[in-house]
Design a protein around this ligand. Structure first.
Ligand SMILES: CCc1cc(O)ccc1-c1ccc2c(C(=O)Nc3ccc(C)nc3)n[nH]c2c1
Length: 299
């Protein structure tokens, strides 16, 4: 019996279902224990089953697996392997299980005890994870607090690569053919108007994640809630995007969350430069955050 800690293929008969973990971009995520010894000593894993009837997603699913199996970074949820079932008809993705769950629930629950310094630590970890993705020419396309998972009180990781795209080596951006269930309130303007995605559009979304973090993911201050309030209830469907674009063109941005340090809000607004080339890079954002943590310590 060879013990292979990071084996790439999981046998379905040893993958024991425990409970649901929520709806992802494709299929749903479940908590399972991989317990080949059958004595409950196996590791807990997060498993995303692809609904077998959605064969159209199979190609996307294979691409997601190829992308994330090549990522190795402390700030990105680790790939564990795959599990074939139904005689290799359907495939499941097996990922590292993060016990604290989503950053949204964590910040809402612990808002009384979390310091701005801890929020900056989380921001710098996400920034480092994004810097790593950029070094691999991977564009996440769905960076949002809902896709950040908490590994411990002092470590968060980027998750859910269902929408990631790899930038072709001869281009600076990736253009998708359709918006899909696009979370437009996290999208850069060029992603809304031209479906263009790049590291610079991920930087825009990073600014929205900073906003979510420093508003402790307060539901009443959620980007979708605030933008919809600003646009007004009468708009619906396609015109919501156009209303949002006009607001952004008119220089409206999400307001500074309460208690948000001015330097942090200026980082957010830098990420929200309308023209993508005027936005900072993840490495410069990382330096800004580090310098701000330094000042705070000396302050
Ligand atoms: C397998 C889907 C996937 C696909 C991908 O490409 C990247 C990451 C993930 C993923 C998604 C969710 C989780 C989770 C969790 O949801 N953990 C938790 C813990 C506690 C509570 C309350 N809720 C929740 N842990 N590891 C996870 C990995």
């Amino acid at each position: 019996l060879t013990y292979q800690p990071d084996q790439a293929e999981y046998e379905e008969r040893h993958l024991r279902y425990i409970s649901p973990l929520g709806k992802g971009n494709f299929g749903s995520v479940e908590l399972c224990r991989y317990d080949p010894l059958g004595d409950n000593t196996g590791e807990l894993v997060a498993v995303k089953r692809l609904q077998p009837n959605k064969q159209s997603n199979m190609a996307d699913f294979q691409r997601e697996i190829r992308t994330i199996s090549s990522l190795h970074c402390d700030y990105i949820v680790k790939y564990r392997g795959i599990c074939y079932s139904m005689g290799r008809l359907s495939v499941s993705l097996v990922m590292e299980y993060l016990p604290y769950g989503s950053l949204i629930a964590f910040l809402e629950k612990k808002r009384q005890v979390i310091t701005p310094r801890r929020l900056l630590l989380f921001a710098s970890q996400i920034c480092k994870g994004m810097e790593y993705l950029q070094s691999r020419r991977v564009v996440h396309r769905d960076l949002a607090a809902r896709n950040i998972l908490v590994a411990s009180d002092s470590l968060v990781k980027i998750a859910d690569f269902g929408l990631t795209k790899i930038i072709p080596s001869d281009k600076e951006y990736y253009r998708v053919s359709h918006p899909g269930e696009s979370p437009i309130f996290w999208y850069a303007p060029e992603s809304i108007t031209d479906f263009k995605f790049s590291h610079k559009s991920d930087v825009w979304s990073f600014g929205v994640v900073l906003y979510e973090i420093f508003s402790f993911c307060n539901h009443h201050l959620n980007p979708k809630v605030l933008c919809t309030q600003k646009i007004g209830p009468h708009a619906q469907g396609q015109s919501i995007s156009m209303h949002l674009i006009n607001l952004l063109k008119g220089n409206w941005r999400l307001p500074a969350p309460q208690l948000c340090p001015p330097q942090v809000y200026s980082m957010m607004t830098a990420c929200w430069a309308y023209e993508s080339e005027n936005r900072p890079t993840f490495s410069s954002l990382g330096e800004m955050i580090e310098s701000y943590v330094q000042d705070e310590r000396e302050g």
